[in-house]
Design a protein around this ligand. Structure first.
Ligand code: ADP
Length: 539
């Protein structure tokens, strides 16, 4: 027997309508450069309707793609809703990828219209000769705010003004595609994850709620992750869904600027990769600045160092929500949530883990032969995920086997799982150091190294070894002089003796990839090219 609930599709336009009717006066901060905007969720919805109507008039609807190459501004936010609201798909091209890869993702998808902003204009000009299908570029900036250009440029505001704010959002199939994000292509060319309305809405509902981001109308979110990286980790949807204020920083991500936004706009929650939070911490320490209303950071994309989480908690009363996810899982799938009144030591123990699956996601680990391994907190295995918002395959690359035969996404990560379903990420499969048949976690060694007060940042990669196949090499950016022996002695208090790095190299800075994570491919090239000054550790 069928139930008698109303059958309404889960659509992104319904998230926006909810925000406009329920939290209409909640502010959104962040126009183009120094542009002052008077903006809230009512205005967002009206402008998104107008833009949607204009796009519809240009023939956009289901099965059509539109691209953006842009940073986090209110116009980019409007684009998210307008494009998906007419049933078309928005490909958020990642301006941090190498130009050849950006061009590849745009050509591979194949569309005529690319939305840009003044901060990506030069990049768009550079890319234009390689973009085979793009015929029109739309500038998301106030009229006249851009320099002369050879690109066939249309003004966003003119396009929007040609639309009708009385446009009615069409009822779409909730399983239709809405957004397309590409992986950062650390192994081969980027692959596309094509999200559905249903998956995207469920992901935002589940990850924004309790035991995860725990958002509510008292929150102000600083949108640090680019909208092109896993849909900005859900932030474009969290605001209207939970009535939280949004603060959009545009292109800038330097700590002085982010700090000023946090304090000035009463930011309560800031998401980002650990590198961003390490920089912000250093800035606060150097300037003596406080963090205003900030009470939690959401750290994702890489394992956050314990010392960093400890400093935020003890010195600033800021908790870390630590999440695990990947482009193929829309944004987060597991989150570690430490209740506010947990004693700091217990809270930190919880924050160190990648947390537990949010509702709608399931995790398991398997051995090389595909058999499921126990959730005993000891046995490592290949992490697999199943979720309403996990990829079933790659966009136009159906030959790539994204999932196991029974439909679980292969993540490429190695993990352990506790009996209570808490995830402990060991490493990426390709980063784990295979020493004589045993595994050493590069992430755990990095965490142990950054726990030393003289270490600003650390990376661990494998060095070839005649007997053990691979041994760890520690690469350190030091905040002040420190000897190798002191570092080794420190590590020995935190990791097994056989994990101790065979060599330590000191560098001025470490390379980071397009989403701010350590670029270990580049470090391996440094090692192969003899660019690292390796001093062997005393045996
Ligand atoms: P890319 O693969 O392009 O770097 P993704 O954002 O898709 O970009 O990266 C996903 C990967 O990042 C995961 O497979 C995992 O290896 C790593 N990762 C994500 N979150 C965490 C975390 N909390 N701790 C450790 N590693 C993480």
């Amino acid at each position: 027997m069928q139930g008698l609930n109303q059958d309404l599709p889960l659509l992104l336009s319904s998230v926006l309508q909810h925000g406009a009717t329920t939290y209409g006066a909640v502010e959104v901060i962040g126009g183009h450069a120094n542009e002052a905007i008077d903006y809230d969720y009512v205005r967002l919805e009206v402008r998104a309707r107008q833009l949607a109507s204009a796009l519809f008039g240009l023939g956009y609807g289901p099965d059509r793609f539109i691209g953006s190459l842009a940073w986090n501004t209110h116009r980019h936010l409007e684009l998210f809703y307008a494009v998906t609201g007419v049933g078309a798909v928005l490909h958020t091209a990642n301006p941090r990828l190498p130009p050849a890869q950006i061009a590849y993702t745009i050509n591979f998808t194949g569309y005529e219209t690319l939305f840009i902003d003044t901060d990506t204009l030069a990049l768009a000009e550079q890319l234009a000769p390689q973009l085979h299908t793009v015929q029109r570029y739309v500038m998301m900036a106030p009229p006249g705010a851009w320099p002369p250009t050879s690109l066939p440029l249309l003004s966003y505001e003119d396009l929007l003004a040609s639309g009708n704010a009385g446009f009615t959002w069409p009822v779409l199939d909730e399983r239709s595609a809405c957004l397309l994000c590409f992986t950062s292509g650390t192994t081969g060319m980027p692959k596309g994850a094509l999200y559905t309305h249903r998956g995207t809405v469920l992901n935002a509902l589940s990850t924004g709620g309790g035991n995860a981001w725990a958002l509510n109308a008292d929150d102000a979110i600083l949108a640090i992750p680019g909208f092109f990286h896993c849909n900005g980790w859900g932030v474009p949807f969290f605001g209207p869904m939970y009535g939280a204020k949004l603060v959009l920083p545009g292109r800038r991500a330097d700590s002085a600027f982010l700090h000023a936004l946090i304090v000035e706009h009463g930011v309560t929650v800031a998401p980002g990769v650990p590198t961003i939070f390490l920089d912000l911490l250093r800035h606060c320490r150097e300037t003596g600045g406080g963090l205003g209303r900030l009470n939690r950071i959401f750290s994702g994309g890489a394992a956050p160092p314990l010392a960093m989480m400890e400093a935020y908690l003890r010195d600033y009363g800021v908790r870390t929500i630590h999440g695990w996810g990947m482009t193929e899982t829309t944004s987060g799938a597991t989150m570690s949530f430490a209740p506010r009144d947990l004693p700091p030591d217990e809270a930190l123990r919880a924050m160190r883990t990648q947390g537990r699956p949010v509702f709608g996601a399931a995790i398991r680990i398997s051995g090389d032969d595909g058999t499921e391994l126990p959730r005993d907190g000891i046995t490592p295995g290949h992490l697999e995920v199943r979720s309403h918002w996990a990829a079933a395959g790659y966009f136009q690359r159906l030959e790539v086997e994204a999932t196991t035969a029974d439909g679980w996404l292969r993540t490429g990560d190695v993990a352990k799982i506790d009996p209570d379903n808490t995830l402990h990420l060991v490493d990426r499969s390709k980063d784990v150091i295979k020493s004589g048949g045993e595994w050493i976690s590069s992430q755990a060694l990095e965490d142990a190294a950054t726990n030393h007060p003289a270490v600003r940042e650390a990376a661990v990669i494998a060095m070839p070894h005649p007997r053990w196949q691979e041994r760890p090499l520690l690469i350190v950016v030091a905040a002040r002089p420190v000897t190798q022996a002191a570092l080794q002695a420190h590590l020995l208090t935190l990791v097994p003796k056989w994990w101790l790095p065979d060599a330590i190299a000191f560098v001025d800075a470490l390379p980071h990839g397009p989403t701010g994570k350590l670029d270990k491919q580049e470090l391996r090239r440094w090692l192969a090219d003899g660019r690292l000054d390796i001093a062997s550790a005393p045996s």
